[in-house]
Design a binder for this molecule. Structure first.
Ligand SMILES: [Zn+2]
Length: 159
């Protein structure tokens, strides 16, 4: 009992410290050394005490925004590329430059294929649903159920 009370007041003191650091612009990644707990615990305490950490939010948004903008720029650029390809007159092309062009195209193809298969993998993964509880299944490609509980439940029902 006394122990629980002390750990609660510790958490409260940490929450206050986290709030203070957050106001100074610290992200949860920069806090562990000052707060004396792991990064994950910092975030857990922040959630429990509803302490906003603005530096975390802006970091996450920047990352997400950048990736989406990058992919979007690539795909939009390729629309233009496809239209340009349609108007090429192959009788007029310079044979001397062909080896360099072919090499560049081969590298671009493999980069684009990697991007596409990566996106397909993410999408397929998020569309897999547990047949018992219907939550999204992530992890290995041959994983059918969301976890051990549902797998056991399914097997019990079969027998
Ligand atoms: Zn399940």
């Amino acid at each position: 009992m006394a122990r629980t009370q002390r750990s609660n007041s510790d958490r409260f003191a940490r929450a206050e410290l986290i709030e203070d650091l957050a106001k100074q612009g610290y992200s949860s990644r920069q806090m562990p050394a000052k707060v004396g707990v792991t990064e994950e615990t910092v975030r857990q305490i922040a959630r429990d005490f509803e302490v906003a950490i603005p530096a975390d939010r802006s970091m996450r948004n920047t990352r997400r925004f950048d990736s989406n903008r990058i992919i979007s720029t690539i795909v939009d650029g390729l629309d233009g590329t496809r239209m340009s390809i349609d108007v090429i007159d192959y009788e007029a092309v310079d044979r001397e430059q062909m080896p360099r062009w072919i090499d560049g195209l081969r590298q671009a193809e493999s980069s684009l294929r990697r991007l596409r298969t990566q996106l397909e993998a993410i999408l397929t993964d998020s569309e897999r649903r547990c047949p018992v509880c219907d939550t999204a299944v992530t992890g290995r490609a041959d994983q059918v159920y969301c976890g051990a509980t549902c797998r056991q439940r399914a097997h019990r029902n079969l027998t």
